[in-house]
Structure formats: C-alpha cells, structure tokens
Design a protein around this ligand. Structure first.
Ligand SMILES: [Zn+2]
Length: 187
C-alpha cells in the first residue's frame, strides 16, 4: 500500500507531454493539448486530449488519470503503474506499513475510488459540453457561408459539396457527443 499523499503528489508532477511521448503517443501538440490516441491506435491527431490530471479520447471515448493510462498502454496493474510513473518523474513513493494499511484502507480506499469515478464523469461531461459548443459554432459559420454562396449563384460547386460533407461530419459528431453527454449526466 502506498501513502495516499504521495500518490496525489505523484499525480501532480505528471508532465503529460513527457508521459505521452514516453508511452510513444504520436503527434503530440503541446499548445492544443491533443495528439493521436494510442489506446485505439488512431491516426487523427486531435482525438486524444488531456487537461489537468485527466485524459479523454474523442474517438474511443476512454478517459481516466495517468495511472489508468499507463495501465491501459503498458498492460500494467495499479502498483506497476505507480512504479512506472514514480521512476519516470523521479518522484519517491513511500510505502505504508501493514499496521497503517489496516487503518488507512478503510479511511480512504473506497472514497478515493468513488471520488475518482465522479471526477472522471464530471470531467468527461465538461469536455463534451465544450466540444459540442465548438461544433455548434463551426456548424453555424459553415451554414452561413453556404447560404451566402447560394445567394450569389456563383460557381462554387466543388467548395459547396465539400462544405456540405463537412457539415454532415459535424452533425454526426454532434449526435455522438450529445448521446454521451446524456450518458454521463444520467450517472
Ligand atoms: Zn482513443
């Protein structure tokens, strides 16, 4: 059993771009905090995102913290993921003795699990809402462009159909995100 403060401290020192590159994630963009998702082996450079201590993939919809990401990518258990992160960031984790373990397990292990789950769901819901509003804005802008193109009756056929297909893509993203938002808000 690890000391709880140390686990939280380790989470705080996680440098996501460094962690992601050590796990061999590709096309890491530090500005937009996006990259390709190695969980579902995707090639879209904006699928995977991270904020604070959490990640979220807009394609495979996986989310979690750094420990969970290491477990997924490396196939590790929780203890191995702690060891991996503490080695990677040179952060020392103290072990709690057996006697303390008995006391501490009841104190925090169950609440920690529940808190993590709630945090994950709240985080996912916030991310999804942000994404929905971005898509809605993009949709509105493209629709306006399309309307003004049609008014002018000029020959934009190629451009027009590419805008139409982009609008279709946005609609399908919107449907999926709305579905997941309901899912998270229900829980
Ligand atoms: Zn993914």
């Amino acid at each position: 059993m690890f000391a709880k403060e140390d686990l939280l401290g380790l989470k705080d020192v996680v440098d996501w771009p460094y962690l992601l590159s050590s796990l061999e994630f590709q096309k890491i963009n530090i500005q937009t905090r996006r990259c390709c998702c190695l969980i579902h082996n995707g090639t879209n450079p904006t699928s995977f995102s991270w904020v604070d201590n959490y990640f979220y993939c807009f394609s495979c919809l996986k989310s979690g913290d750094a420990f969970e990401l290491v477990q997924i990518i490396k196939g590790f258990n929780f203890i191995e993921s702690v060891k991996y992160l503490s080695d990677l960031f040179g952060y020392r984790i103290r072990k709690v003795s057996n006697y303390q373990k008995k006391v501490k397990t009841e104190e925090w292990e169950i609440p920690e699990y529940i808190i993590n789950r709630i945090n994950r769901q709240n985080f996912a819901a916030i991310q999804i809402k942000e994404e929905i509003s971005k898509i809605e804005t993009a949709r509105e802008n493209l629709t306006n462009v399309l309307i003004s193109m049609r008014k002018n009756e000029e020959k934009y056929s190629g451009l027009e159909s590419s805008i139409e297909s982009r609008l279709n893509d946005l609609d399908s993203d919107l449907r999926i995100l709305t579905y997941y938002l309901h899912h998270y808000e229900k829980n």
